[in-house]
Every structure is written in structure tokens, then in C-alpha cells.
Design a protein around this ligand. Structure first.
Ligand code: ATP
Ligand code: MG
Length: 287
């Protein structure tokens, strides 16, 4: 029986038993993935290299079609739609910006997406001006995207999707190769998008970033989703971290090895650990 072309749903994304095999070399990249993402959710995807994270996100934006199973985005069966059609629903920031950028200047790159989906010119100007300011791109607006440094190019890739204002944004490794300041920009971007009601899916090896911003994490191992929980539950699960070759944020490791041993809460961020230590010192009268 074929899947319905569209479904009534409040979900941004619904993946039903998706399998994917790359024809080149018959590589099985996904086996039986099920996933539901609510509108406005901030979701992290983690997993060791080659576990299938990027492949899963490419099924969502329709760059790939599942070998079997169904993928619905905003209730639409992606298999029956073109990549172009899906691009107005779901914005995709590539792991490698070199696979994404093509315009002659940074400014053109930021304008292209919204113009392509028919946004009017004054609104394009407003969105581009906002993105230039938010991402600190003013010094580069007239540069060729391939002449700016890799970290700046990566920001241009993110900004060029943000200016389209899709209801769902996928960020594949947004902070890889970025310095502390730029990672902070990405952190605040994710918060801002979620605040505005955008569904955000962030694939990352940057555990402190995810620990700080996302509300839910799915963990992939060898083509499958093996856990789906809050970052606190995921990062406190040593067995899970070990069997997926992942490492919890160092703060969480310290918390697990010290404070938590005495029955305290598990810290995810430096602030949480600091608060916990201060409260213990104060309670203990050693202050
Ligand atoms: N174009 C391709 N052709 C053939 N096999 C591929 C292709 N792209 C990925 N693969 C394989 O599919 C599997 C999943 O790859 P994928 O890129 O989805 O993993 P990932 O979790 O995103 O890894 P990373 O953390 O390194 O980005 C791996 O075995 C990978 O080698
Ligand atoms: Mg990847």
C-alpha cells in the first residue's frame, strides 16, 4: 500500500521506518529510523563519524529519497515533492559550505534564497541587513564567498539560509572549525530561531554547544537511532556514551565524578556546576 501524499499533523517532521542505501558501494547508511519532531522544537543529533547523521538530514530536505519508508515534512510526503518545493519548508545548512555557496558576493549569496522564493525586495533588504549585523558580516559583503576564510564562509552559509526564514532549519556541524566568539553567535542564533518558533535541528560533535542550547538529543550509532532523550539524560548515561564512542561535555564528566556522586544534580554547563559547588560550600558553612 502506498503512503498518503500528505497527512494532517502538528509535527514538523515525521520519519517512518526509513532505510537508506547509497548505491555507490551498496553502503547501508540508515536502517529503520523513526523520528518525530514537533514544531518549534530544538533538537540535537549526535553520533560517531559515519553513523548516518548527515544522511538522515538529507532525507529530510529531500536531497535524498529513502530506499524504503516515508518522510513527511510539514505533513508533506517528501518523495512526491521536488527539492525546490521542499526548500520553502526546510532550510539546510551544509556541513561543508563549499557545497552550498555559488554567488559572486557575500551579499548576493544572502539575497539569493529569499528572492528565489518570491520575497519582496524591501523585505529582502531588511532580512539581509539583519543577517549582516547578526553574523558580523559587514566587512565581507562585497567579497567573493570563496575569498573569505573558511569560518566566515561557514557563517555566510548559515546566514544565507536564515534569510529565507524557513519554518524548519537544519544545521549540519555549524560550529566545526569556529572560534569561541563565532560559536557564541551560533549558540545565540539557535536560541533566537527557537524563540521565533522555528524548528531547529542541529547535527554536531560540539557537546558543550548542544548541552547549552538544545532541549532534546537523538543519538545515532551505525545507521540507527539508539537514544532519544533530554541532553541531561543522554550525557549522564555513561554506558551510552561509551558504546557510541561519544564524550559528554567535560563539565558533565566532572559533575558525574564529583558532585553527583553525593546525590546532587548533573551539571551540563559551567554555570550549573558553579552554582552547585557554591550552594554546597554555602550549606557546608565553609564560606
Ligand atoms: N555519497 C556517498 N556514497 C557512498 N557512501 C556514502 C556517501 N555519503 C556517506 N556515505 C556513507 O554512509 C554512511 C553514513 O554517512 P554520513 O555522512 O551520513 O555519516 P555522519 O554521521 O554524518 O558522519 P560524520 O560525523 O563524519 O559527518 C557512512 O558509512 C559513509 O561512509
Ligand atoms: Mg555528517
Amino acid at each position: 500500500m502506498s503512503a498518503p501524499d500528505s497527512i494532517e499533523t502538528d509535527l514538523a517532521i515525521r520519519v517512518e521506518n526509513a532505510h537508506f542505501e547509497y548505491p555507490a558501494g551498496n553502503v547501508v547508511a540508515l536502517s529503520g529510523v523513526n523520528l518525530e519532531v514537533k514544531r518549534g522544537e530544538l533538537l540535537g543529533i549526535i553520533g560517531q563519524n559515519g553513523s548516518g547523521k548527515t544522511t538522515l538530514t538529507k532525507l529530510l530536505n529531500r536531497l535524498l529519497k529513502p530506499t524504503s519508508g516515508n518522510v513527511y515534512v510539514n505533513g508533506l510526503l517528501t518523495t512526491n515533492r521536488t527539492v525546490q518545493e521542499m526548500s520553502s519548508h526546510i532550510g539546510y545548512v551544509f556541513q561543508n559550505p563549499n557545497h552550498q555557496l555559488f554567488a559572486r558576493t557575500v551579499k548576493d549569496e544572502l539575497e539569493f534564497g529569499p528572492r528565489n522564493i518570491g520575497v519582496d525586495e524591501s523585505e529582502i533588504d531588511a532580512r539581509v541587513a539583519d543577517a549582516i549585523e547578526f553574523f558580523g558580516l559587514e566587512p565581507y559583503v562585497e567579497e567573493h564567498p570563496y575569498r573569505v576564510s573558511f569560518p566566515v564562509r561557514k557563517l555566510v552559509g548559515i546566514a544565507s539560509v536564515v534569510t529565507m526564514k524557513p519554518s524548519i532549519i537544519i544545521l549540519d556541524e555549524p560550529s566545526t572549525g569556529q572560534d569561541h566568539q563565532t560559536t557564541r553567535v551560533i549558540n545565540s542564533l539557535m536560541r533566537r530561531l527557537a524563540h521565533d518558533g522555528t524548528t531547529v535541528i542541529c547535527v554536531s560533535h560540539d557537546m558543550p554547544l548542544l548541552a547549552d542550547v538544545v532541549e532534546r538529543v537523538i543519538v545515532m550509532r551505525q545507521t540507527e537511532v539508539v537514544a532519544d532523550a533530554s541532553p541531561r539524560e543522554v550525557f549522564a548515561n555513561r554506558e551510552l556514551m561509551l558504546t557510541t564512542n561519544l564524550q559528554a561535555p567535560q563539565i558533565t564528566e566532572i559533575s558525574l565524578a564529583t558532585v553527583t556522586k553525593r546525590g546532587g544534580p548533573i551539571a551540563l554547563t559551567p554555570q550549573e556546576l558553579a552554582d552547585d559547588i557554591v550552594s554546597r560550600v554555602t550549606k557546608g558553612g565553609t564560606k
